[in-house]
Design a protein around this ligand. Structure first.
Ligand code: MLT
Length: 256
């Protein structure tokens, strides 16, 4: 992978294809390889920018607590490095929280927004507390805690489970607990989303056991113009479970 240092962190990334810039932001606690199966259907119309978020994949991290907004700054620094002023940005789950933080902070740099298995709502108090408990468990016992808890919830498909298990096992304790704390502290951006003046696509499986499809339905109700791709039978990993349909949904972010 390529690497650039931004905000004191080495951000790893891949760049593939040609066309409208589209940054694909992975979820927790995965890395940019989660998009591998949609790349072939997108690279003929998009300049795909595929970062590993700080602390995950091959990007480094810092020990002090950081936020979704800090991760959005990393992405802005990456775009500066690549000479890309404006981009469509789509995020999977936690990547959607980062994409929303990016759209809040850098609205003029966004040409379209995609939320895949994600939400605009913040965490209710008990979920926030649970994240801090998991972060402490990861620090004490290692990332296997998250491997066992999350793998069955990410997908019912054994092939996808094997992939995510391998991806999570490679993550560092600091990166996993840092992301958990950043998710716990994220803002509720539900009211912001209705004010966006760029295209919005929502891609969500009706069998998502981590972020219920009702979260996407709430956004659709607030933004009737959103392109809502509801995937029957998909869990939390539609880019692997329904790669063609997910790529088709993301294609609506192309400006050509
Ligand atoms: C993710 O898939 O990125 C996370 O599970 C999202 C979350 O826990 O809110």
């Amino acid at each position: 992978m390529n690497k650039v240092t931004v905000n004191g962190i080495d951000i790893a990334y891949e760049r593939r294809g040609k066309g409208t810039p589209l940054m694909l932001v992975h979820g927790f606690p995965l890395d940019s390889s989660s998009w591998n199966e949609v790349i072939p259907s997108l690279e003929d119309k998009f300049d795909l920018i595929l970062p590993d978020l700080r602390g995950l994949g091959q990007s480094t991290t810092i020990e002090s607590q950081y936020t979704m907004s800090d991760m959005a700054d990393d992405l802005a620094g990456l775009l500066d490095h690549l000479g890309v002023e404006k981009t469509a940005i789509a995020g999977h789950s936690m990547g959607g929280y980062v994409a929303l933080a990016f759209a809040k902070k850098y609205p003029d740099r966004v040409s379209g927004l995609g939320l895949v298995s994600s939400q605009a709502a913040g965490d209710p108090p008990e979920r926030k507390e649970g994240r801090y408990k998991t972060a402490a468990d990861v620090t004490e016992k290692g990332v296997s805690v998250v491997v066992e808890a999350m793998t069955p919830k990410l997908s019912a498909d054994a092939r996808v489970q094997a992939f995510v298990r391998g991806a999570i096992e490679k993550q560092s304790q600091a990166g996993v607990s840092g992301a958990l704390k950043a998710m716990a502290e994220r803002e509720d951006l539900t009211s912001l989303i209705a004010a966006f003046n760029f295209p919005l696509v929502l891609i969500h499986g009706d069998a998502d056991a981590l972020v219920p499809i009702d979260r996407a339905k709430e956004i659709k109700a607030a933004v009737p113009s959103a392109n809502f791709v509801e995937l029957k039978g998909a869990g939390h990993m539609p880019m692997m479970e329904f790669a063609k349909e997910t790529a088709a949904g993301l294609s609506s972010l192309s400006s050509s």
